[in-house]
Design a protein around this ligand. Sequence first.
Ligand code: F6R
Ligand code: MG
Ligand code: MG
Length: 366
Amino acid sequence: MPKTTISVIKADVGSFPGHSRTHPKLLEKAEKLLRNEEGKLLIDSLVTHCGDDLELIMTHTHGVDNERVHKLAWDTFMECTKIAKDMKLYGAGQDMLSTAFSGNVRGLGPGVAEMEFEERGSDPVLVFMADKTGPGAWNFFLYKIFADPFNTAGLVIDPAMHKGFTFEVHDLFKKRKILFRCPEEIYDMLAYIGAPSRYVIKHVFRNDGEIAASTSTQRLSLIAGKYVGKDDPVMIVRSQSGLPAVGEVIDPFCTPVLVAGWMRGSHHGPLMPVGLCDANCTRFDGPPRVICFGFQICNGKLIGPADMFDDPAFDRVRNRCNEFADLIRAQGLFEPHRLSLEEMEYTTLPSVEEDLVGRWENLPHE
Ligand code: F6R
Ligand code: MG
Ligand code: MG
């Protein structure tokens, strides 16, 4: 049996109204294009959205970074961009930073999380998709899932997990990576991943080498050199039988974690776990949202999805997120609701400063 690859590739190619949600016509088109490839390039596919992001979930046997699979995603986004432009949807084609495809979608705008593995007897997989935040948003949750025994009892109780997990952390500014073997190096790792605008967890491996999680890490602003939309990341997590249980993987989302990326990519807000029916951004273009689809993988087939956050068990965190949103919104654009100056990706401040530059006077030395 060949190994199975799961590729989750996403882009915002236009939405309505404003940046709130993907139009059904785009979902239909993408679904059709991917379905045409089932039994050929792909084994299975599923198209969905989180807020204004069009999400393509694909399974196949061609490994990660496969040119043909990435080209299919690219062409699909291009076709959807055409529809978005015809309908004058908002931000039509905004994440397609290049006009030409070259080898794979990395660096061209779309976000991608992929993993290849040998299917176990039974392989539950969870796919997380977020809107109005950036790739570092997963850091907290991955730490809780794979390194915190107060979240994941299996780290202590399950002998297959007892040796811990290794985290691959990327430095998005200096374009370098490092591996932290946990639990031994938890303190070293936390020194970095607590700064999620720069350091993001890309992969997690069980310490015997088995792949456990993979995330998208692209930051459009770092690619384009200016603000061109939020990065709205995706993440794949494998689960059970020597990996964290499904319930251990989703439990950390009961904490209303503050993430960067709300309105204009320039505000902190609580990341709210929602079912697909609520995966539409509204208030202040948010609050930031995350959905989770659960599958069993069967010879590459996606058995599912189960809409994991569509559950009253997550009502309380949603209420807390709304309370938190009220509190922090009351601060208007005062930090820390608004991001710090260094992190502000999208701001009229530089042009305001240009106008005022001549009016600043130096202070005398004290
Ligand atoms: C974009 C986003 C939105 C926009 C905001 C202003 O991902 O989340 O909050 O930044 O709606 O958009 P423009 O400048 O296009 O009017
Ligand atoms: Mg948008
Ligand atoms: Mg988005």
